[in-house]
Design a protein. Structure first.
Length: 490
């Protein structure tokens, strides 16, 4: 695409060395720049892209977009704008041909349940013979091709490129997790959402947002992205959890048609007569289309909420309830989400991504409903993240488990022992063990478990690594637990 054509979509800008150029790609990482790239200088929290403009130029950049005049006098076009992050969204959307206008886009936000709900929706869509794409915490998937992902929601240029790849693969419906960080930073500017789903809101990411009010507002931005126009050809829907107080605010933020789901409060789509045991969860589903018996292989009240959110998204997408229910009943679980580890032992081991106070409590409450023996929990808190949730998680662990073991999660740049001190501050006088080494903590839980006990290994879920200092090590809770079990059996 010609630079002049691309810049037509942009607002006010200053152009230096104003010869036109053929743009072959848009990049904000100088290491990905090639001949013909438009390099966008993004000022981040730790790195400023303006400092790498010369490297981009040497790599073959055809033009550079920046927020200020550059130190060097390049012989290629340099475009100066007020906000390169915002401009990157506009330019990427234009460069890739407005890809989200060519497919149905479902966005999911909330503290917990985004990953599970996105995979449940994907399963329903595939059952309905839709060609799907998914973007989230675990990976990006285009049809059946999986790509690694760094963030729950990629930055704007990468995001629009992924959507473009989806349209090239004839994907008709994309499902994506939308993080509060991405909404606050404008990474999803240009995304034409058809359905926005809210799961729940509880404490998380206060290291970034500062207060729960700011965190709640950031999540609410997704519902403003549904636009202000009513169309029978392209209707917009907000799917809200009626049992969560934040939904009342989000309903006011959106002009879209609102469909609610819930268990405790009257909603458009509801679950009644819920029965939970170790084998799964059964309930009566109440919808505008009628009532249905549902039998999930997944366990817990939180699984019911995830299922209801998925059913509501399917309902507004025109998928028959029978198709949605059949798809959900076939799902055994999602990787690292209340996932069992079975190596022939006479006790249960469950690995879960519960890394917030609310999700940890949900997991332990669910286990208490079916546990026949003692409950053990192995839990830590991530470094360089919200410190205020550490004592809360420790208190929850001691309140619901018979044996709490505090350990490391991903300490990152923090001293693991300092993180553990923060946790211990929330449980004065309570009984617990502190074992900083995560492998040793899991080994201890496995060695002390008796028949019919349940071990919850919380926090990392699907992750296959551990970040300690500047290094990343291979570490999978599921594999470590399995090795510990086999070691005990020997």
């Amino acid at each position: 695409m010609q630079l002049k054509q691309l810049l037509k979509s942009l607002g006010p800008y200053a152009l230096y060395n104003g010869t036109d150029a053929e743009i072959t790609s848009i990049e904000n990482d100088n290491r990905k720049v090639g001949q013909g790239s438009l390099f966008i200088c993004i000022k981040g929290f730790t790195v400023d892209g303006h400092d790498f403009a010369h490297k981009a130029y040497e790599a073959g950049a055809a033009a550079i977009l920046a927020e200020r005049e550059l130190a060097e006098d390049f012989d290629i076009p340099v475009i100066i704008v007020k906000d390169t992050k915002r401009a990157s969204s506009i330019l990427a959307d234009a460069f890739y041909g407005h890809p989200t206008q060519k497919l149905k886009l479902i966005g999911i936000t909330g503290t917990n349940g985004k990953t599970t709900t996105s995979h449940l929706i994907e399963t329903i869509l595939q059952k309905a013979n839709r060609r799907t794409g998914i973007i989230g915490t675990m990976y990006t998937k285009i049809d059946n091709e999986i790509q690694e992902t760094k963030n729950t929601t990629p930055e704007a240029v990468t995001l629009q490129k992924i959507f473009h790849q989806m349209t090239e693969k004839q994907v008709d419906t994309a499902v994506m997790e939308v993080s509060s960080h991405a909404l606050y930073e404008g990474r999803v500017f240009g995304c034409d959402y058809d359905v926005a789903v809210f799961t729940n809101l509880s404490q998380d990411h206060l290291d970034f947002h500062g207060t729960m009010d700011e965190y709640r507002r950031a999540k609410g931005l997704l519902f403003t992205r549904l636009g202000n126009v009513y169309s029978t050809k392209h209707p917009k829907y907000a799917v809200l959890n009626k049992d969560d107080a934040a939904s009342e605010e989000y309903e006011k933020l959106t002009a879209a048609i609102v469909v609610t789901y819930g268990i405790d409060k009257d909603a458009d789509i509801m679950a009644k007569d819920i029965h939970i045991d170790a084998g799964g969860t059964k309930f009566e589903l109440i919808t505008p289309a009628g009532s249905y018996a549902v039998s999930l292989q997944m366990v817990g009240k939180f699984s019911v909420y995830n299922a209801l959110a998925s059913i509501a998204a399917a309902f507004v997408s025109g998928i028959p309830m029978e198709t949605a229910i059949s798809a959900l009943e076939s799902v055994k679980g999602v990787s690292g989400r209340f996932e069992t580890v079975d190596a022939g032992q006479d006790f249960s081991v469950i690995v879960d991504y519960s890394h917030t106070p609310d999700s940890l409590e949900n997991a332990l409450v669910t286990i208490k409903e079916f546990a026949k023996g003692d409950i053990h929990v192995v839990v830590g808190c991530g470094g360089d993240r919200d410190k205020t949730k550490r004592p809360l998680m420790a208190e929850i662990a001691c309140r619901y488990a018979d044996h709490a073991i505090f350990t490391s999660d991903n300490p990152r740049s923090e001293d693991p022992l300092e993180i553990l001190k923060d946790m211990v501050s929330g449980v004065p006088g309570k009984g617990y063990n502190v074992i900083a080494d995560r492998k040793e903590a899991i080994d201890h839980a496995v060695k002390t478990a008796k028949a019919n006990d349940v071990i919850l290994i919380a926090g990392k879920g699907h992750e296959t690594y551990q970040q300690i200092g500047a290094q990343t090590f291979d570490f999978d809770d599921r594999l470590v637990a399995k090795e510990a079990i086999l070691g005990v059996k020997k």
